[in-house]
Design a protein around this ligand. Structure first.
Ligand SMILES: Cc1cc2nc3c(=O)[nH]c(=O)nc-3n(C[C@H](O)[C@H](O)[C@H](O)COP(=O)(O)OP(=O)(O)OC[C@H]3O[C@@H](n4cnc5c(N)ncnc54)[C@H](O)[C@@H]3O)c2cc1C
Length: 402
């Protein structure tokens, strides 16, 4: 076999590509990871791994390193509705998984995962940009590194190239998208004295706005504001944007004194939060995982957990089937099932807590009093994962229709 033929090539070395490389290399596969960045900067990406994502990363054999080397645990989840404290949940005591949320700085997580992939035997090339992929029985990859064009082939090429995935196009995958409704802006703040054991979400449903605070320890906090992108709100970025970000957060109930001495530790950026996805993300020697397969609304913090689940489902399928074509199709089916449950549940939460307008207000006037009386009406999918029931009776209980 030639030097440039691999069992698996991953396009992208984020959580998806790096974790898959680790698991498959450990199982004896020859794996090449092609990652275009040499160094990782704050891109305002996921830094909160919810409990079901922690459990998925644990199944990949990567959780201990993530928690012990980088992770900051958040045991409590506080929710305010319309300025009033509504729920304070102990995630460890009050969930089947018994796990907290873990926060970390995303660039450090990416370095850790790539280091683990190398230690597990993968070949990792940083500063290698994939410029073309030809699907087929032996898919081929063209990439550029140090000004030179290079070629490699594999049994399977995996598109782990994130929310702007080119593999979707090169692989001939059709992309589905929800109607546009939400935008999500985030910034990392230092010297912010928010309680460091609690993630705090504040919703103003009639305005369609919300804020999240995710402490990372040592008074560092990843802060977000979500808003209805169909309203007149402009994207938040730069210095002026930061002043508006803080104003909006304070209007949502974040104590003003949290911001008094704080300073940004990275860029403020706004993202379109509309879900877009590929149905059945495998064809012709190319599989898509993570954001390349499914870019989910970051408001609900499911992206890295879905990515870790893709890595587990794909690796189990590859290791369990002689034919990787059969394995690819089996992965795609199970991927679709998991994403459908998360997607449905996220949309219900958005309808309930973030859709402005009289119809949504009427829905809330029925549902919210019943939820406050009995919080088990809230489907637990965002915390416990897609194996929770998500069906018509779940919807009826959430909206107080039963
Ligand atoms: C604002 C925001 C907040 C979020 N918050 C959360 C959260 O709280 N919790 C959560 O679970 N998720 C969150 N997410 C989602 C989370 O960041 C993603 O789901 C996760 O990073 C996906 O991992 P990935 O490996 O699929 O893609 P990425 O992390 O995007 O990695 C893709 C990699 O591919 C590389 N690449 C791309 N193209 C090429 C190419 N042509 N050649 C070589 N390399 C290439 C890129 O450089 C990158 O390193 C958030 C997302 C956003 C935008």
């Amino acid at each position: 076999m030639s030097d440039t033929h691999y069992d698996l090539i991953t396009v992208g070395g984020g959580l998806g590509g790096a974790a898959l490389a680790s698991v498959m290399s450990r199982a004896g596969a020859r794996v090449l990871v092609l990652e275009r960045s040499r160094d990782f900067k704050d891109r305002v990406r996921g830094e909160v791994l919810v409990p079901w994502g922690c459990a998925e990363v644990d199944k990949l054999g990567l959780f201990d390193a993530l928690r012990d080397d980088l992770g900051h645990p958040l045991r409590y989840w506080a929710v305010d509705l319309g300025g009033v404290p509504a729920v304070r949940r102990d995630l460890v005591a009050d969930s089947d998984l018994g796990l907290p949320v873990i926060t970390f700085f995303h660039p450090d997580m990416q370095c850790l995962m790539l280091d683990r992939a190398i230690a597990d035997g993968a070949e990792v090339r940083r500063g290698a940009t994939v410029v073309d992929v030809t699907p087929g029985q032996t898919p081929a990859v063209r990439f550029e590194q140090d000004g030179q064009a290079r070629d490699a082939t594999a049994r399977l090429v995996v598109g782990a190239d994130g929310r702007g995935s080119s593999l979707r196009r090169w692989g001939g995958f059709a992309v589905q998208t929800d109607p546009e409704r939400r935008a999500f802006a985030g910034v990392l703040l230092d010297d912010m004295p928010a309680p460091d054991d609690t993630m705090h979400s504040r919703f103003s449903p009639s305005e369609g706005r919300m804020s999240w605070l995710f402490p990372q320890g040592n008074d560092r906090v990843r802060a977000y504001v979500g808003f209805d992108s169909r309203s007149s709100d402009e994207p938040l970025s730069g210095k002026r944007g930061l002043a508006r970000f803080i104003e909006t957060s304070v209007a949502l109930g974040v104590p003003k004194e949290y911001f008094d001495g704080c300073r940004p530790a990275g860029p403020l950026a706004t993202f379109d939060a509309t879900d877009n996805w590929v149905e059945h993300p495998y064809r012709d020697g190319v599989a898509l995982i993570g954001d390349a397969a499914t870019t989910s609304d970051p408001t609900w913090g499911q992206g890295m957990s879905l990515t870790a689940r893709d890595v587990r489902v794909l690796s189990e399928s590859l290791l369990g089937h002689e034919s990787w074509d059969v394995a690819g199709h089996a992965f795609a089916e199970e991927h679709d099932r998991g994403y459908a449950a998360c997607h449905q549940c996220d949309n219900w939460y958005t309808d309930l807590l973030l859709e402005p307008g009289p119809e949504a207000d009427a829905r809330r006037s029925v549902a919210l009093p019943r939820i406050l009386e009995d919080p088990t009406r809230l489907p637990d999918t965002p915390i416990s994962g897609p194996d929770q029931p998500v069906d018509d009776s779940t919807r009826r209980r959430l909206f107080g229709l039963d």
